[in-house]
Design a protein around this ligand. Structure first.
Ligand code: F6P
Length: 481
């Protein structure tokens, strides 16, 4: 169903990135590639179903492009200059907010010129949406790169229904308060009618910060603004197109490729798999060390076991990501050098991104999926693995610091900071009775199938478009604030 009329959309998604990146090869050839990250995986099927416009950056600097159709989606590019890519995207979004919102695993940097650029780019996104949205349209703003857009857009277009969803964790108050522009961020978000988070704790955290830092009255998940509006904050754990992944996993091509992958690894007894953006939040170092140690200790045999680690290139010009790449290169080399044998490399490391078919084949080929982030908003790779295990086999080792741990309760849970604990969990998953793994996988698959991406989008959009309570009642919350 299309929601575009007279060039204006009644449903608009705004995200930092479009679902495709414009890639210009050294010889000048232009191609479009799927953008990295879970946000695109999750939102693409929603947009296919609902129609409407997707506003975002097309991934190349200093280029102004006209709106265009791509693979059935209506895409509206927002240009970024090379300086904005450096200051708004690599700087404030990924050098300040990303580490701050992920437990300061890397130290966040605070630079006033990065902030100025963030404000300027957020304003541009808001203005674009104001021009694209039809009267009374629903506009859904995505993620940490665009937290000022809700209020900026409301000022331009008070007729719109505005939602915001944060895909990454919302930090504890103690960390959030380090941000010199904390109040502006909170005020930016309260321009939305509904602010969604991955977990209930994040929503509570946000409401409390708004009460303490901005001074608005609140009651449970509601914030009461002096202009009579109310803002709801709640949790909507994001998911995947579970049916689509399962269908893909069932195709003969994927099945054949999965077999081929195992054979080219030397047909080992145990194939372990990690698939992540190459990001310091993902706990790659800890998991590879744990795997190397269980081989070194003799708990498993290097002839029997292979760890395939796919690390998708990400934010390659940001210093912390460059350092991480070197670090992982060295670690993989060291482990393979220490515990490998001729013709037997315990870790197969691939620094590349692959199409969905290849990912599904990898999921099918893996006996144990290892997802060990130090902090993660959700982690959709964990859900994709579960969706692809249609015969209820395979095991998932999952960090308790991934949002997905709240739902995938039958996974082998680990604290990724505890290397010994992680070694024990890897061994447990590898050596478990297949019936035990099957029992766990069945329960997790049921959850992922019942709580798929449609379930997520419907829950959020139904709440966003539900009529608000009468204003008077809301200004006097029971029991004060
Ligand atoms: O899911 C978090 C997220 O930052 C998304 O907003 C983003 O699309 C994805 O990861 C990939 O990151 P980037 O757009 O910086 O490559």
């Amino acid at each position: 169903m299309s929601t575009m009329a007279a060039g204006l959309a009644e449903f608009v998604v705004i995200a930092n990135r479009l679902p495709v990146d414009r890639f210009i090869a050294p010889d000048g050839t232009v191609t479009w590639r799927t953008s990295p990250g879970g946000l695109v995986t999750a939102l693409e099927p929603v947009m296919r179903r609902k129609g409407g416009a997707w506003i975002g950056w097309h991934g190349a600097p200093d280029e102004k492009l006209k709106p265009f159709e791509h693979d059935g989606l209506h895409l509206v590019p927002v240009p970024l200059s090379a300086q904005e890519v450096e200051e708004y995207y690599e700087g404030f979004s990924n050098g300040t907010l990303w580490p701050l919102y992920h437990d300061v695993i890397a130290p966040p940097e605070f630079h006033r010129e990065w902030w100025d650029s963030y404000v300027q780019v957020n304003q541009r996104f808001a203005e674009k949406a104001a021009r694209v949205a039809r009267r009374g349209a629903v506009v859904w703003v995505q993620d940490y790169q665009l937290q000022l857009v809700p209020t900026m857009l409301r000022e331009l277009r008070p007729d719109l229904r505005i939602g915001f969803f944060l895909h990454i964790p919302f930090p504890p108050r103690e960390l959030f308060q380090q941000l010199p522009w904390r109040r502006q961020i909170l005020e930016g978000l309260t321009g939305a009618d509904l602010v969604g988070f991955q977990l209930p704790g994040a929503a509570q955290n946000f409401v409390r910060l708004v009460r303490e830092r901005v001074g608005h009255k609140t009651h449970r998940g509601l914030i009461y603004l002096p202009d009579g509006r109310s803002v709801k904050a709640s949790a909507y754990p994001i998911s995947i197109d579970a049916h689509g992944f399962e269908q893909l996993a069932r195709t003969p091509g994927v099945d054949a490729r999965a077999k081929e992958i195992r054979e080219s690894l030397g047909s080992p007894k145990h194939v372990l798999l990690g698939i992540d953006r190459l990001d310091y939040t993902k706990g790659l170092r800890q998991r590879l060390r744990a795997f190397g140690e269980i081989i070194r200790d003799g708990s498993i045999d290097v002839d029997d076991s292979v760890f395939v680690q796919v690390a998708t290139p990400s934010r390659e010009r940001v210093d912390q990501y460059r350092l991480l790449r070197d670090d992982i290169d060295r670690l993989v080399g060291r482990i393979n050098g220490d515990v490998g044998r001729i013709g037997q490399q315990p870790i197969t490391y691939l620094h590349a991104s692959y199409p969905r078919e290849e990912m599904a084949a990898l999921y099918r080929a893996a006996d144990v999926m290892v997802v060990t982030p130090l902090r993660d908003g959700m982690n959709l790779v964990a859900k994709e693995y579960v969706a692809c295990r249609y015969d209820d086999n395979g095991a998932l080792v999952l960090s308790e610091f991934a949002g997905a741990a709240a739902e995938l309760r039958q996974a082998y849970r680990v604290n990724p900071y505890d290397i010994n604990g992680m070694k024990a969990a890897l061994l447990e998953a590898i050596t478990a009775d297949p019936r035990e793994n099957s029992r766990r996988m069945k329960a997790m698959r049921k959850h992922v199938v019942d709580h798929d991406i449609d379930h997520w989008a419907t829950a959020f959009l139904d709440d966003l478009t539900a009529p608000s309570e009468p204003h008077d009642k809301k200004m006097r919350p029971p029991g004060g604030s």
